[in-house]
Write a protein that binds this ligand. Structure first.
Ligand SMILES: NC(=O)c1ccc[n+]([C@@H]2O[C@H](COP(=O)([O-])OP(=O)(O)OC[C@H]3O[C@@H](n4cnc5c(N)ncnc54)[C@H](OP(=O)(O)O)[C@@H]3O)[C@@H](O)[C@H]2O)c1
Length: 424
């Protein structure tokens, strides 16, 4: 059997796993690997050339497939472009580059009749992308929604189970290696937004610009919210979604209250979980490791092996890229998103406050489903409200009006409640 010659950019967590899985593989030869620092101590040294000049890998004419597992936007983007221009196929785990430059990269790949495979870019070891692209080809995808970031899921699970604050849980995640020294991309939801952009390309044909995705992270979630959510029968999870909604596509990242009996509520710690809804198959839930050396390498090497098999087909170029478009996907305005909401207000404890809150909500067409009051030591009270489904814009207006009321100490939190389907 002819062997496929492969080069790799990066020998960190994922690259090391790839070397482990490719060692002695019958159909794939790893010829060159590029790193940033040749002096760094490695847990595994590949049995091939190692260089600190990434161009040496990209310019090697014998290499047919470039594996990009160096991460970051630059110079990964320029190296991928160079590889595509010289008609190399690309296997990448880089969600940031795909989400920010997907349309141009897929256009170039199509022009050059080469493929981009990217299974590891969303949900690590879970074969989510091939499930949507291949297994669900007969379906119109109604929604792809889930827990797509292990770091934030670990933090929220820890806050709930141990009663810790966000900062305590973040420090623990960093100590255990589940969070980066700079956790911004994870905790502010950027990482999930990149994945939502990719999921939109798979489900609806085009990537969404990351800046067009409604995004809220978890830094404002308070331990009190996790406790109240539990009282009402929910658990708080950071949910990313690409979803067909009234006349368009919604792309959102936000912490949501997930009902305890929904499969996503029991996805805890650093695991990922995704629910894909297709018009024919119904709801499909995938749960598994969204990161880590071998799980992520499993996705990368799976792509390389699938690519190696596809290369044997005569018309492989048409086989690869049918469904991913080269335009940006427009999304419906965040104000029009319909959901029930959980709202926590801190108020001064006088008579008539609950009546006034009810009037403000009523004036903005927000219907209350339930309301509870809890004492907050001497300072006042915490009022927790669950609303009926309502447009997000109406909730924002009610909150703005609430801010001018003397009784309001602060708007604690306002979170969407996760439902089966938007607005239904
Ligand atoms: N880690 C996961 O579990 C996971 C899961 C899913 C997707 N991903 C994605 O996979 C990619 C790699 O992640 P990772 O965790 O393996 O990263 P990592 O551990 O930080 O490794 C990055 C590797 O790239 C090398 N590198 C960085 N800049 C370079 C440059 N300019 N030239 C040559 N080599 C360079 C580094 O070299 P040195 O070793 O010399 O520093 C290192 O070997 C990222 O896109 C990430 O988002 C990771």
């Amino acid at each position: 059997m002819a062997r496929v010659v492969v080069g790799m950019l990066g020998l960190g967590t994922v690259g090391t796993g790839v070397v482990r899985l490719l060692n002695d593989h019958k159909a794939v030869t790893l010829k060159r690997v590029a790193v940033r620092d040749l002096r760094k101590e490695r847990t595994l040294v590949p049995r091939c050339a190692i260089t600190d000049k990434a161009e040496d890998v990209v310019e090697d004419p014998e290499i047919e497939v470039l594996i990009e597992v160096m991460g970051g936007e630059h110079p990964a983007l320029e190296l991928i472009v160079k590889a595509l221009e010289s008609r190399k196929h690309v296997v990448t785990a880089n969600k940031e580059v795909l989400a920010k430059h997907g349309p141009d990269l897929f256009k170039l790949a199509r022009e050059k009749e080469v493929a981009i495979f990217f299974e590891a870019s969303v949900a690590g070891g879970i074969p989510l992308i091939s499930t949507i692209q291949k297994g669900l080809e007969a379906n119109q995808i109604e929604s792809v929604r889930g827990i797509l970031n292990g770091t934030t899921n670990f933090i929220l699970s820890d806050m709930e189970q141990q009663g810790e604050t966000f900062n305590q849980a973040l420090a623990k995640a960093q100590k255990l290696g589940f969070a980066e020294a700079d956790p911004t991309s994870d905790v502010e939801g950027f990482d999930v937004a990149y994945k939502v952009s990719i999921l939109s390309a798979l489900a609806y044909g085009n990537f969404v610009k990351p800046d067009d995705i409604y995004r809220r992270g978890i830094t404002h979630v308070d331990a009190a919210d996790l406790k109240h959510a539990r009282e009402f029968g929910y658990r708080i999870k950071l949910i990313g979604r690409a979803e067909r909604t009234n006349g368009g596509v919604a792309a959102r990242v936000e912490p949501c209250l997930v009902p305890l009996d929904h499969p996503l509520a029991s996805v805890s710690g650093s695991m990922n979980g995704i629910v894909v809804t297709g018009h024919a198959v119904g709801e499909l839930t995938l749960v598994g490791p969204g990161a880590g050396e071998l799980p992520t390498a499993s996705a990368v090497v799976g792509d390389v092996i699938n690519l190696a098999s596809a290369l044997k087909l005569q018309d492989f170029a048409s086989y690869f890229h049918g469904e991913i478009g080269v335009d940006w996907q427009s999304v419906v305005s965040a104000d029009q998103w319909i959901s029930p909401y959980y709202i926590r207000l801190e108020v001064e404890d006088h008579p008539g406050v609950i009546g006034r809150i009810g009037s403000i909500f009523g004036a903005n067409q927000v219907s209350i489903q339930s309301i509870i009051q809890r004492g907050v030591a001497e300072q006042g009270a915490s009022i927790v409200i669950l609303t009926q489904p309502v447009a997000a814009g109406q909730v924002d207006k009610a909150m703005e009006m609430m801010k001018s009321e003397d009784f309001l100490v602060k708007v604690g939190t306002c979170l969407a409640i996760f439902e089966g389907r938007n607005g239904s």
